[in-house]
Structures are given as C-alpha cells and as structure tokens.
Design a protein around this ligand. Sequence first.
Ligand code: ADE
Length: 365
Amino acid sequence: MAIESSRSPRQPSHAKPLVRPQVTPEDQEQREELRPRRLQEYIGQRDLKETLHIAIEAAKHRREPLEHLLLYGPPGLGKTTMALVLATEMGGKCHISSAPALEKPRDIVGLLIALKPGDVLFIDEVHRLARVTEELLYPAIEDFRLDITIGKGQGARTRSLKLPPFTLIGATTRMGSLSAPLRDRFGLIQHLRFYEVQELATIVQRTAQLLCTPIDEAGAQEIARRSRGTPRIANRLLRRVRDYAAVKAPGPITAAVAAAALELLQVDPLGLDWTDRRLLETIITTFRGGPVGLETLAAATGEEAQTIVEVYEPYLMQIGYLGRTSRGRVATEAARKHLGMFTSQGGPGVVTTSGIPDKSEIRDE
Ligand code: ADE
C-alpha cells in the first residue's frame, strides 16, 4: 500500500542541532551562573533528591564523606549540576573531569592527590575509563589509598599513598557499558529521568529571571513542551526565543511568541527536529513501520548508529513514538499520526498493511 508523507522541510545546511542534548559552547558559557547551587533549588528528580538528602544527612551525622555515587541517564538532565550541588551540601570542592581526559595514569594520580577531605571527584562518561585508570581508582575508592608503581621491570616498586576521605561521583549515559567491578564499588546507583513539562516550565521561569527576561507562564510552558524533557535544551530554547522576542516581539515572552520563534527554528510542538522526523519517516516509509535493524536504519538515514541510540532514541521511546523489539526498531501509530502520514486509502492513523504496532505491543530488546 502506498504511503504518502507530509515531507519534513529540508534540513537547512546551517542548521544547528538545537534539540540535541550535548553541551554547546554557548551552554558552557552560561552554565555556571544558571546552575542551582543547593539541593533545595534543584527542580525535579524528586525521588533522587529525597534519596540524596537522606544520604547527605546520614553521612554528615557519621562525619564521613558521602557514599560514592553513580548517576546514569540520558545527557542534559543535570548529572554534573547534581555533583556540584552535592559537593556544596557536603562543604567540599567539586573536581570535574571526564574519562577521555584520564587516559594516562598520571592524569588520575594528579586529580587524586589534589583532593581534600570531603571533596567530590566527578568523572563524566565513566564507562569510557581506561583500564589502567580504573584499576588505580579501585583502592582509591575502597580504602582511600593510591598505589603507585615506581620504576619498571625487576626494579619496580609499589608505594601506597594515603588519600583524604572523598566521594567519587561517576556519570554515564550507558550503564550497560560500565565494567561490573567498577559499578559494584558505588554505594549508591541512581537514575535521572526525563523532566515533566511543569518541572521544565519552572526551570525556564527560573532561568528567565536570572537572565532578566520577562516571560509569562504560558510562554514558559510552550518552551518546556518543546524541550524533550531536558533542562539543557529548555534553557537553550529560551535563549533563542529571547533573541526572537528582542527583534520581533518586544515585551514578555508569551506562548504565541515562543511558538513562532521555535517554529521558525523547526522545533515542532513536541520538540522533534528534522532528524527525529527523518528517522521516523524512514522507518514508516522505507521499512513499512519496522522492525528495522539499527545499522540498516543508520545507513538509510546517514546518521551514526551511536547518535541514534544516545541522542534520538531515548526521547522518541519516552514519548512512545519508537520502540525497540528483538528484531529492530519500530515506529508506532502515534508517531505516524504526529507526522500526519496518510495511507492512500485513509486519513492519519488508519491501520495499514505495514502493521505498525501499537505502543502496547512493543517489548524492550
Ligand atoms: N537548571 C538546569 N537544571 C536545573 C534544575 N534541575 N533545577 C534548577 N535549575 C536548573
């Protein structure tokens, strides 16, 4: 059966991926001044905050550092921010690093010997740690001890150095890629989830206030709805809407102003961009709704498989537009309706021979 699609507009060649959760230089620049500093100021992630509040109070009561903590979940949800908040709550300093920057033993040794009692060592992308770095970390986190080997071959000797009590906070978007020995050394393992629209609207209001940008409740909601459950994206979209308002619609940002600005930037009412639409359209049209294997989908769309898995899929799955089955990726009926994709014999949502499954039929791999 022929399927027609309402074609996505062509991706402009200059288009910046506005709704990707990775940090941009502009995010980086404004991040520090916008971050919440205390647990009470941190919006959303209620269960996580409650668990951490208890862990902080218990650790303070025992005069011990906070338990080593592993935070996992999609990018942009506030893992680094949480590490900074926890260091403040524990009265220590947060030393921020990332696994790719810790390639050589001397990199991690330098970080460990700079720690003071109660400090937090935050390692992003912790699933990418080099083996040798990981092995240096084991005694450091278990016994606050650093074992260094001096010299080579037969003359090599091991020296142990006492480290101050500290907290390791590891962050990962890929829990499954973490080695079991490392994972098992974290006392607390916590997941960050996508934010609700109302939580994101509150974050947008807070950021707008810090940026001295007037915005009404409906304006904040409109930005929140298009932010893929992700504060980093919400704050980025707010900056773009603020630019638009300054030039085209002076005055407080309303829902209409936010919608006009984001339509212009091709961020649709659910926060999907050109690539999301293309992925879904390809599954629906080329692969009759799926299932289609990840590598095949990557080849057909020109996106990297890893980018699909880490950047696009988590949110498309969260909103029920894409599913993973044991035989590959499928697009749902809801995705087809959202894209306004018609069968040749009916309107949107008409069941077709392509057999696009309902959300309820989707099992995780
Ligand atoms: N800015 C970004 N994420 C935030 C959060 N979770 N709470 C408050 N402000 C934020």
